[in-house]
Design a protein around this ligand. Sequence first.
Ligand SMILES: NC(=O)c1ccc[n+]([C@@H]2O[C@H](COP(=O)([O-])OP(=O)(O)OC[C@H]3O[C@@H](n4cnc5c(N)ncnc54)[C@H](O)[C@@H]3O)[C@@H](O)[C@H]2O)c1
Length: 426
Amino acid sequence: MTQQRTVRVGVVGIGRGLAFIEQSTAELGIELVALCDTWAERLDEINAEHGVATYTDYDAFLEHDMDAVVLANYFHQHAPFAIRALQAGKHVMSETAACMTMAEGVALVREVERSGLVYMLAEQYPYMAFNQEMKRLYDEGAVGEFRYGEGEYIHAMSAQFLNSISPGVDHWRNWLPVTYYCSHALAPVMHITGTTPKSVTGFVVPYDEGDAEKARTVRRMDTAGMIVLTMDNGALVKLLQYDLRGGGHWVRIHGNRGLMENTRIGGHHGQDRVRVWRETWEKPDGVPEEMVYKPDFPQHNDKASKSTHFGGDFFMNLIFADAVRSGTAPYFDVYRGVTMAAVGILAYRSALSGGAPIDVPDFRDEAERAAYEDDHWSPDPAAAGPGQPAPSVLGHVRPPVAGREYAEEVWADQDELMYGGKVFGG
Ligand SMILES: NC(=O)c1ccc[n+]([C@@H]2O[C@H](COP(=O)([O-])OP(=O)(O)OC[C@H]3O[C@@H](n4cnc5c(N)ncnc54)[C@H](O)[C@@H]3O)[C@@H](O)[C@H]2O)c1
């Protein structure tokens, strides 16, 4: 790896954000220089351990001498934080999702264009070795033209774990509609095939009163979201995400000359193999109909293999640092980032309307995006009011009293909290 210069990064949020400490390395050419969180006690501990400047106030943090800001604050507050960072002259890498409303998405793309700075959506799933291998295969024509795909991100959690990472009744993990966190399922399909969603239809597995584990939480959104997309080349894609049992991340790409997918066997680590299927009458000579193998990363295999999220975090950070160094937009730029967030928003709108398809605007086109500049439709409890959606297709579900009691027990014990020092909402 050759780097022209080190990118000095500040991180907001010390939950997921702490993963970026590990990515502050000479190999990546990234140096973590500042951290910001409202959780002062924990910041002091991190400061003592890592000697990095810490801030509890975002505006003061933005004055720190650094090149870029990584946003790992609350899921539903990234766009306003990104806009302020860009206005302060910092490049931005934002955790999922880019925006919570269509209006925020429009404001964000306009600010990136005005500033001329680099914006990247922090999606690491496309850079896992099996997804990079599927991109390599796709690019060399191994399965022909993309016709149908699937992306799944299923993350079942115990009540204890969920409560520990969702401190407070109004913490986003307790109300975020199940279609919104769709980028882990969608980004690999977009990256492998180079296609973009043009139309979205959403379906929801409703809130499940019979789920005994969920009854020990204050979660009040639905169980899972299924999204059907028409891509810009006409291909269909099915996405599935959230709270079903049997966690994992899966991608399936059907081309008009073959199929490839990652495997579903052998527990959580069994998903790191690629399966390629070509029919006997059109497979290349000398290869079997079916191949199943564990691919290496195309480069930096040793270092990436040791990194979190199946190595995806290593590449995501490298790609961001290289984008800052070269001043060129990465693949998951603001347009693709906001498009993925729009898929989550519009899929929920579609699900609430009984599954009507909705067009995804082209955020590069000022005339198309301007139609959404005042669209503040949001399930955020802080934005509640006439016309705003409830967290579940069933409406405002009331979680059981026992769920609130157990959740409060977990929140009261700071040692049990994974991160996020403050209990959010009433
Ligand atoms: N890519 C991944 O695999 C992955 C994994 C986990 C989380 N995430 C994303 O990371 C983000 C953060 O999630 P999380 O899991 O860390 O939980 P979280 O949302 O509870 O943590 C957010 C952190 O930001 C801090 N924060 C919030 N507002 C702030 C403000 N105004 N000023 C300073 N600090 C503030 C909070 O105190 C908290 O520590 C979310 O967008 C989530 O989707 C991504």
